[in-house]
Design a protein. Structure first.
Ligand SMILES: NC(=O)c1ccc[n+]([C@@H]2O[C@H](COP(=O)([O-])OP(=O)(O)OC[C@H]3O[C@@H](n4cnc5c(N)ncnc54)[C@H](OP(=O)(O)O)[C@@H]3O)[C@@H](O)[C@H]2O)c1
Length: 242
């Protein structure tokens, strides 16, 4: 897909990977970028970057009314990047309640699915286009210390496979992105820099990749999973604090 000239909506753009994605898409020549954000007051210098090519959209992906509003406003997009996500940093059994697990599912799975459902007709009307779902390497193997995040991302992984099949007939390409740890507010000190992840993602859009493992950690672990899935499961299980 051509990034140059694309009309894009990215969610969760006020910080982290989403913020870097906006810069990378802008530099790659995207014609228009809708920047989804829960609170436009938090947009920072994005708000004044280039009002001809960047437009803010108030969008909480757990709010169906705001999603419907965004689908009506951003009816010219041919690229949807579902980047917004949360990590409650909680285990499954050791957590005080299932509240964090529920919030992660509501955001990372149901929120992303609701976005895909709302924008599928928009993308069909605009020639097919592409959906990119930013998941996590932890969709493929559990890191039990944050097990509820992993389960929500695993749901996103199988959802992404399902919608890829459902939307093939309308010519919509669906990409899963599964990064390892990335140095953002979500994982301070993470191995990869968000700018490098964004750059790899933009190239993968051009190349029409289906499953992208950006960064060295993601590539290393995904290759380990292909060779010996159980060995990787046991390695990650050992990181659970005793
Ligand atoms: N960092 C990592 O190590 C890592 C690894 C693998 C995958 N990922 C994934 O990469 C994506 C981006 O993460 P990040 O590292 O950039 O995290 P981040 O710095 O914490 O940023 C998360 C972004 O998502 C937004 N967001 C959260 N809930 C939302 C909602 N309900 N509706 C709309 N926006 C919402 C946040 O907005 P507010 O500012 O309003 O909260 C923020 O803009 C996430 O899907 C994450 O799971 C991250």
């Amino acid at each position: 897909m051509n990034v140059e000239g694309a009309t894009v909506l990215v969610t969760g753009t006020n910080r982290g990977i989403g913020r870097c994605l906006v810069d990378a898409l802008y530099d790659a020549g995207a014609e228009k970028i809708y920047v989804g954000v829960r609170d436009v007051a938090k947009l920072g210098n994005l708000a004044s970057k280039d009002s001809d090519r960047i437009a803010a959209v108030t969008l909480d992906i757990t709010n169906p009314d705001q999603i419907a509003g965004a689908a009506a406003t951003c009816d010219d997009i041919n690229l949807l990047i579902n980047n917004a996500g949360i990590n409650s940093n909680t285990p499954l059994i050791g957590a005080d309640s299932v509240d964090n697990a529920r919030a992660e599912v509501e955001t990372n799975y149901i929120g992303t699915l609701t976005m895909c459902r709302a924008f599928a007709p928009v993308l069909a009307a605009n020639g097919g286009g592409m959906i990119v779902n930013v998941l996590s390497l932890l969709a493929r193997v559990s890191l039990p210390a944050i097990g509820s995040l992993c389960a929500s991302k695993a749901a996103g992984w199988l959802m992404t496979q399902g919608i890829r099949a459902e939307l093939a007939a309308q010519g919509t390409h669906v990409m899963a992105v599964l990064p390892g740890s990335v140095d953002t507010d979500m994982t301070p000190g993470g191995e990869a820099k968000p700018g490098a992840i964004a750059a790899e993602l933009v190239q993968a859009i051009r190349d029409g990749v289906e499953d992208l493992y950006p960064g060295d950690m993601a590539k290393r672990v995904s290759s380990g999973l292909a060779q010996d899935r159980k060995a990787v499961e046991k390695e990650f299980a050992a990181y659970l604090p005793k």
